[in-house]
Write a protein that binds this ligand. Sequence first.
Ligand SMILES: C[S@@+](CC[C@H](N)C(=O)[O-])C[C@H]1O[C@@H](n2cnc3c(N)ncnc32)[C@H](O)[C@@H]1O
Length: 185
Amino acid sequence: MVYGLLLAFGAVFLTLLVVDTMRLGAPPMPSSARERLAVVALVERRAIELARPVRVLEAGAGWGGLALAIARAHPDFQVVAVEGAVFPLVVCAVRVLLHHLLGGAGLTVLPGDALRADYADVDVVVAFLGPETTAELAARLAQLSHPPQVISVGFAVRGWRQRARIQLRDRWRSEAGLWVFEPGP
Ligand SMILES: C[S@@+](CC[C@H](N)C(=O)[O-])C[C@H]1O[C@@H](n2cnc3c(N)ncnc32)[C@H](O)[C@@H]1O
């Protein structure tokens, strides 16, 4: 009986992961510790430039590790974690709840499509998505009157200018970059 239930749960878990990955175009692969440190450093850079705590939206927060790293490093920042895949979203929401129960602050989780999120008051968008979704997100942000800057892990934001980058000393020589939209003449 227990074995059957575990098997059924495993099948539902795997099916939903595969379906969500195909639907959203990116698997819920968590960022590495080095990638998180690099993103936190780039978010800090933006806060120093603006001379105030920043509002961060993570587009595709997965299991929540990166959003938590930012919120733990800077409890005065407002961090919104948006995730569209069911299981990562549930885990992310539980971790955010625990964060608050343990006295943490500044972190909210929102279910849904990050491409349709409200970016009106956002200073920095953090994204570790596939190349196509990154391009779609950039196109959406470019339509705003004041597009937020984007910190992208692993992928270039095509058509935007890279202002800063942190090259990681990992086996893939991956990087995190801070990108700004500059409208053409
Ligand atoms: C590579 S993972 C990164 C997870 C997390 N940002 C991290 O760094 O640990 C990409 C995540 O983005 C989510 N995702 C992709 N497209 C999305 C969309 N349009 N809306 C919401 N979530 C999305 C996927 O479900 C996946 O969990």
